[in-house]
Design a protein around this ligand. Structure first.
Ligand code: FAD
Length: 275
């Protein structure tokens, strides 16, 4: 039997924490393993990540995992952020490098592994990390990222959340290779339902996930019929998850895009396969 975890974005700067309350309430009622909260992605800020984690833990009694990126940060600014996490009882961190941009260049910490070392030195956190079923866009070979998982594992990472993918064979391949070289942490497949043509195109071009031919066919068929695309997207994601659970994967991570209604529909489709 398996469990589910969710990812949410914090509210935008001008929205305030109440904006996300209904979504968190809906997701919490599904009794997830944890809800993770993105950091500094797009327009959200670090403080709203903290506020969202507090809401999840204090109001809804669900474990929160705060994402933390090190691109554009110094060791001191990371230590400062870790203190804020600690002061707010946030003790689970998804340690990421973040995307390198002109606004967020590498200053001191080049890779997620460098960030993990700073977190370990600080102490008192459970560390989560990323993994890439189709390889990270900057990696020339997929297997390089499996070696990176092992480096993260040797630094004590307890849980990996994967980049989104639409063909489970990539995940199984990565999973098997990671286990074969001794990666011990839990490995969660990251599932993003296809609900909108523009957002899926943007995500795919950003992270390099490939679209299987059978998906491309439906995305094209329903490109002007939003309701049918959403219905198909929920069905496709649900089948993808059921296949993963039937193949022994223990925790599924759902990228909710802050839509608790869709997450609940997917949950209802798969709940007989969960604990
Ligand atoms: P790394 O694991 O550091 O990998 C980056 C590249 O460097 C890879 O090519 C890898 O092979 C290579 N590499 C890594 N370590 C080493 C090493 N020690 N030696 C040599 N090469 C190395 N972005 C945000 O801004 N905010 C978020 O909240 C956020 N959440 C995410 C959640 C998940 C589950 C995932 C999968 C991604 C998320 N991202 C987020 C995007 C992420 O920041 C980008 O994918 C980024 O480009 C890489 O971050 P990383 O931690 O995976 O990098």
């Amino acid at each position: 039997m398996a469990k589910i975890s969710f990812e949410v974005f914090p509210p935008k700067k001008d929205q305030g924490i109440n904006h996300i309350n209904d979504c968190i309430k809906g997701l919490s009622s599904l009794k997830p393993e944890f809800i993770s909260v993105t950091y500094n992605a797009g327009v959200s800020t670090e403080n709203l990540t903290v506020d969202t984690c507090k809401l999840i833990q204090e109001q809804y009694n669900v474990n929160a995992v705060a994402h933390l990126t090190c691109a554009g940060q110094t060791t001191d600014s990371i230590i400062n952020q870790l203190k804020i996490f600690k002061d707010n009882n946030i003790t689970r961190v998804l340690a990421l490098r973040g995307d390198i941009t002109p606004e967020k260049p590498i200053i001191e910490l080049r890779y997620a592994t460098d960030l993990i070392k700073v977190i370990n030195d600080f102490g008192g956190f459970e560390v989560y990390a990323s993994c890439y079923p189709e390889g990270h866009v900057e990696s020339k070979e997929t297997d390089k990222d499996i070696d990176v998982m092992k480096m993260k594992d040797d630094l004590g990472v307890i849980d990996y959340i994967s980049q989104l993918f639409f063909d489970n064979k990539f995940f199984y391949n990565m999973y098997e290779k990671a286990r074969n070289i001794g990666v011990k942490g839990q490995i969660e497949p990251g599932i993003m339902p296809i609900l909108n043509v523009n957002s899926v195109s943007r995500m795919v071009s950003l992270c390099g996930a490939s679209i299987p031919r059978k998906c491309a066919k439906y995305i094209s068929k329903y490109k002007d019929d939003k309701d049918s695309l959403v219905k198909w997207g929920i069905d496709f994601a649900s089948k993808q998850i059921i296949d993963l659970i039937e193949n022994g994967i223990e925790v599924i991570h759902l990228y909710t895009m802050d839509n608790a209604t869709i997450a609940t529909q997917i949950y209802n489709n798969i709940k007989s396969f969960l604990d």
